[in-house]
Design a protein around this ligand. Structure first.
Ligand code: 4AD
Ligand code: MG
Length: 430
């Protein structure tokens, strides 16, 4: 028995192979039964001709229900009509299990229903195609940093302190002490960068986001590089090279997937460096010039980000936001102490922020004052302050949210479909 995966079926032309899969759909016509079999790598039409198989095998076709698990053997035959280019002329079928009535039929279902059945919904071609692009993007991210001499350093999930503000902390009971699920691996990457020069982490991060928007999850994955002796300009170079690289790689390695998702790839093909760089002040001017209401000094909301980025074909880098609305660790711009040396990358097509980062405060006293000003507990940051006592250097980094980036590249507008099992304010199952 030669087991084949559908994706590699062309290698087996005119040979007998066995496919291990599930029934996606079927139809019959006289002495023929047409079974659509999927195996996770693709879908193939398996044609059962009454004269080619035993009577029990032919009869079993009528018992098969959607998602029944079946092992189908047959000859791989070229077939010009199928998009795969091949069909299977069946010789034998072994039933693994006849599925009970499958809740997701080809008819339309509401999103809440599909989300409740996420564990099954993943079998639909669109959903698992998104996951394949997500995988390709993660692999490309690792390749990018690995190829540039970065060391992967894993950050902890339980943390004693807040990194991104105290309002979105998930608190847990850690043997009678308070611990928080990490909001970002950044502070640990700063320690790592002082040890290895260039470090990155990739892992889940958590925010008790009370917002029910299409771009907020409570658990999401971030890739976070951090580099010693790098300033804000270097950080922006790294961010744009990184994003251009992963887009290019997905274009090369996911052609089929992007077709299934009906993504307009001409938009992605335009993503070339350098990306436009504009200051917060310039961004505010764009918003005001469009006649939108926006109070200078505030952070941008989703509609503001759309207004800023819709002028551009590529992602843009918006730098130097007001320090007052940014995290405690950001270094202030020496040219204007009211601004932080930070950068957000906004993706086009209304996607908005996919990267947040910047240059870190490297002076012990200034950093300490920032921690106090944000009413954060100094004790929890003593280890972090050590980094400014022992060989402090200018350093920078950023975090890219994988889900928003997958959403942008696949053209899927809601982040809940870009992660296998989304966690949101009102969703903890499945
Ligand atoms: O801008 P953020 O909050 O930056 C940081 O956490 C920095 N400490 C990262 C660093 O410099 N190492 O988050 C970074 C990115 C955002 O641009 C966005 O893509 C994503 O993480 N993100 C979310 N994605 C989904 N759901 C949420 N609730 C998200 N919050 C942030
Ligand atoms: Mg941000």
């Amino acid at each position: 028995m030669q087991i084949a995966r559908i994706i590699e079926i062309s290698k087996f032309k005119d040979q007998e192979v066995t496919i291990q899969g599930w029934l996606y759909n079927k139809r019959s016509s006289g002495k023929l039964r047409f079974l659509q079999i999927r195996d996770g790598s693709g879908t193939i039409q398996a044609v059962v001709f009454k004269g080619d198989v035993s009577d029990p095998v032919f009869q079993v076709c009528d018992e098969l229900t959607q998602e029944s698990s079946v092992v189908v053997s047959g000859i791989v035959a070229a077939d010009k009509r199928s998009s795969l280019g091949f069909e299977l002329q069946v010789r034998d079928i072994q039933i693994q299990q006849i599925a009970k009535e499958y809740p997701i039929s080809p008819k339309e279902h509401g999103t809440a229903f599909l989300m409740d059945h996420r564990h099954l919904w993943l079998r639909s071609s669109k959903q698992h195609t998104i996951l394949k692009v997500r995988h390709a993007l993660i692999r490309a991210s690792r390749d990018f940093f690995d190829g540039q001499g970065f060391t992967l350093v894993d950050a902890p999930i339980f943390t004693p302190a807040a990194c991104e503000g105290t309002t979105t902390l998930f608190e847990t009971d850690y043997f009678g002490e308070k611990a928080y699920l990490t909001q970002s691996g950044q502070l640990y990457m700063e320690a790592a960068a002082m040890a290895v020069g260039k470090a990155y982490c990739f892992g889940p991060t958590f925010r008790a986001e009370k917002s029910k928007t299409r771009r907020h999850l409570t658990e999401f994955w971030m890739i976070e590089p951090e580099v010693a002796y790098m300033d804000l300009d270097g950080d922006m170079d790294l961010a744009e090279n990184f994003v251009a690289f992963i887009v290019q790689r997905v274009l090369e390695s996911c052609q089929e997937e992007l077709k299934v998702l009906e993504r307009d790839i001409t938009i992605l093909e335009k993503i070339k460096t350098p990306f436009p760089r504009i200051s917060y002040d310039e961004a505010v001017k764009i918003i005001h010039d469009k006649g939108l209401e926006f109070e200078y000094g505030n952070d941008f909301g989703a509609p503001d980000e759309t207004a800023i980025s819709e002028n551009f074909d590529t992602p843009i880098l918006v730098h130097r936001y007001p320090a007052a609305i940014k995290a405690f660790y950001m270094k202030k711009d020496p040219a204007d102490q009211t601004k932080a040396l930070c950068v957000d990358m906004l993706a086009p097509e209304g996607v908005g922020e996919i990267i947040g980062g910047g240059q870190r405060e490297d002076d012990l006293d200034v950093l300490l004052a920032g921690i106090k000003k944000h009413n954060l507990p100094v004790e929890a940051f003593n280890w972090y302050l050590d980094l400014r006592k022992y060989g402090s250097v200018p350093h920078s980094g950023f975090g890219l949210g994988i889900e928003r980036t997958v959403g942008w590249i696949t053209g899927i507008t809601h982040v809940r479909e870009t992660i296998p099992f989304p966690r949101m304010m009102q969703r903890l199952t499945p």
